[in-house]
Structure formats: structure tokens, C-alpha cells
Design a binder for this molecule. Sequence first.
Ligand code: ADP
Ligand code: ASP
Ligand code: MG
Length: 437
Amino acid sequence: MSIIVSKFGGTSLANGRQFLRVKDIILSNEDRKYIVASAPGKSNSEDTKVTDLLYLSYDLAKHKITFIDTLEKVFDKYKDIIKNANLDLDLSEYFNQLKIDLESGKDRDFIASRGEYLNAYILANLIGYDFVDAKDLIFFDENGNFDEKKSYNAIENMKKNHKNAVIPGFYGSMPKGNIKTFSRGGGDLTGSIISRGVKTDLYENWTDISGFMSADPRIVKNPNKIEVITYKELRELSYAGASVLHEEAIIPVTVAGIPIEIKNTFKPEEKGTLIVEDTFEKGLSEITGVSGKKHFSVINIEKVQMNKDKSFHRKLMSVLEVNGIYLEHMPSSIDSLSLIVADKYLTGKIDTLETEIKTLVNPDKISIKSNIALITVVGRGMINSVGTSAKLFTALAAAGVNINMIVQGASELNIIVGVEEKDYEKAINSIYDSFMN
Ligand code: ADP
Ligand code: ASP
Ligand code: MG
């Protein structure tokens, strides 16, 4: 018999009705043995995710402002789930404890983790699986990095002791036992780690859409579904902004060659997207998908004959390093280069940065342009196609979108363009129309 790991996202576990759907899905295939659960997400567009309510409760408590109304909303969500899933379960002890934890200043990650903890606990009760806490399976080292050896050992042992289990997503524990969460959307990463740890045959990621679309459905109307995509392409698209799957979730399964399937909890009968190491289909389209993100800045630096100074790049990078700024891209020409960085790293630092760059590398000119969106076009088909960039630039020109910068990855898997934020949606739609229609 094979083993399937199934991760259910926030919308899939947002209310009692959803829990019953999830129960049907899990129990309809006995291979679905290890389940990873997210905290309750939104039931409708006005709703708030439990994780956000918990972060808010924490912030209020920290500033000694009453948090009880916010926390009550969290409790109401769970009470509603229990009632509408027809469960006989009393969580009042857990609720009281959470209140005490907030009052006593327990840390932020711990408070946020309770969203998945309680949801997984309820789901385990509903389907009659064991509940196994992620704190005993997922470990970080003292620097906060994922501790592979310790975690995979623990997961292997868990598999020996539990023929099935529901595990909360999103968090694990530090060497001293305190809880640490992954970044937002990290339940996908838990699913991936558990998949590798139990040596699953398939990692199912259940969400609210029938697969990975070739563009963000919130920007392009009814985009095509991608039926099969490679790990590498998916990582590029996720990193560039397609938020279906956490960008790091690909890493553990890639090492083990485990396929991921994106499936829709609302339409379980529909085919999803399969993510695999490689595919060999013929007639591959030029691009597999397009995605993007706003809020970047371009720092343009000009200096005649900068390439004659061997230490030029090192000095420039040291300024970024000292100021804790991560570099996204660095397109260059003979006498100029651009540093593309996310706006969030520049807040309050622009003047210091400019001064330090001027002092260290003495440029002829330096300028910073903000409100840039980066759009990434991804496709393993590009390698064999001539003129992909020409087609891309023509599409953008026809839509009247000005391109601020261009980067093409050495792998020929992607082309990235920078456009002004105001043109973002228009640019994505024009690229989609040109390549997909
Ligand atoms: P979950 O709560 O199940 O983890 P997420 O909200 O994290 O789900 O991810 C699913 C959402 O990702 C979809 O509802 C959709 O709005 C958004 N999304 C963004 N880009 C894409 C894309 N290219 N294909 C499909 N969905 C996308
Ligand atoms: N609940 C967490 C979040 O909202 C993690 C997740 O959903 O994967 O980010
Ligand atoms: Mg998600």
C-alpha cells in the first residue's frame, strides 16, 4: 500500500462544513495517512484568518490593550467548527490557557502556532486519527535553521508509532523547546518535510483552486490551468509571487523526488496540477506561467570603467550586507549597474545607503527609483524557442508599458522585467494574452 501525505490549507479548514468535506476526502482513500492542517482561513472575503487574529491579539496584549474581543473571535471560529462538524469536543481548557499565555507575555511565534495546533487537534478527533504535535517532529538549530537530521529522525519514528496522524503545519521547536514558526504560508513547508520524512509516494496540497494557473486568477480572468510543471519552474513562479505554494516547499520534496499535486477541496473530482522533477512531453509551450510582485526599488549606479576596479562589486555588496539588505537582482552594463531590492529593506535606510555607497565606490551618479513591480515569465520551453524575449517586449510595448529593467536567468528558464507598479496588472494581462491565448 502506498502512503499519501495530504496538507489542507486555511480555506479548506475554515468552518465546520469544510471540515466535513475534508473528512470525506481523507477517508475516501486509505492511503491518506499523514495529514497536515493549517489554521482556519477565511470563510468569505470579509472574514479574517485565525493566524492574523492571533498576531493581532499578541500585539494588543503586548501594548497592554484589551485583546479579549479579538481572542473571542478566534474561540468562536473553533466553536463554530466543532458545532457544525457535529463533534462533541470541549476546548475550554485550551482557550483559558491561551488567554493566560497572552497575559503572561508568551512569545509571538508560540501564540501564532496555536491556530494550527487547535485545528489539527479538532481534525484528528473528527477523523479518528492520532494527533501528533509538530513541536516533536520539526526542529530548528540554535540559529533558527531547519535541523534536517533531527527532524527526519523524529518523523521516521513517528511513522513507526502512528499508522496515521494529523500534524499541525507552520511550526516546530527550537533546541530549548520554544516554538518557532516558518514564514507566512509555511504549512506547505511542513507538508513537504513530513512527505520526505515518511517517504510518501505523493504529497497532496489541498487548497481553494483546482491547481496552479498560468497566471494569478486575481489578475487574469480565467487563466489556463498548468497540468504538469517541473519543480524548478514552480519554485521560480512561487518565488516571483504566485502564492499557491510556499516557495521553499519545493526543496525537501525535490531532494526525494516526490511529486506534489495541487488539488481543490471544493472540487475534489477535478484534476489538479502535478509538480514533478521532469516531463518529456512534446509540443511544449514557450512559457509555462507568469507571476509577479510589487514593492521593489532599483538603485542605479554609474561609474565610467567600474570594471577596472576589481574590488568594486565586493565593496558594493559589503554596503548591502552591513545594512541587512538582500539583493534580488543585479543587471549591469559596462559603466553602470542596478541593484534591485525589495522596498522593505530600504525603509529608513536610503540616506545611509547612498552615503555609504558614495564613500566606498565613489560613483559618478547614483539614483533610486521606487514603486517598481517585478514580473517573471517562466518556462522550460524557452530553451528551444527563438524570440521569446522579442514576443514579451512587443506585448508590453503594444500595451504601452515601459520596461525599467530586464534580467534573464542563465538557466534560460525565466525572464524578469521591472515595470512601474501602476502598469503591473496591465503588463501581466498583456503577457498572458500574447503567450497563452
Ligand atoms: P491555502 O490557504 O490553501 O494555503 P493560499 O491562499 O495560500 O491557499 O493559496 C491559494 C491561492 O493562491 C488561490 O486562492 C489564488 O488566489 C492564489 N494564487 C496566486 N497565484 C496563483 C496561480 N498562479 N494559480 C493559482 N492560484 C494562485
Ligand atoms: N496559518 C499560517 C498563515 O496564515 C500558515 C499557513 O497557512 O500555511 O500564514
Ligand atoms: Mg498557503
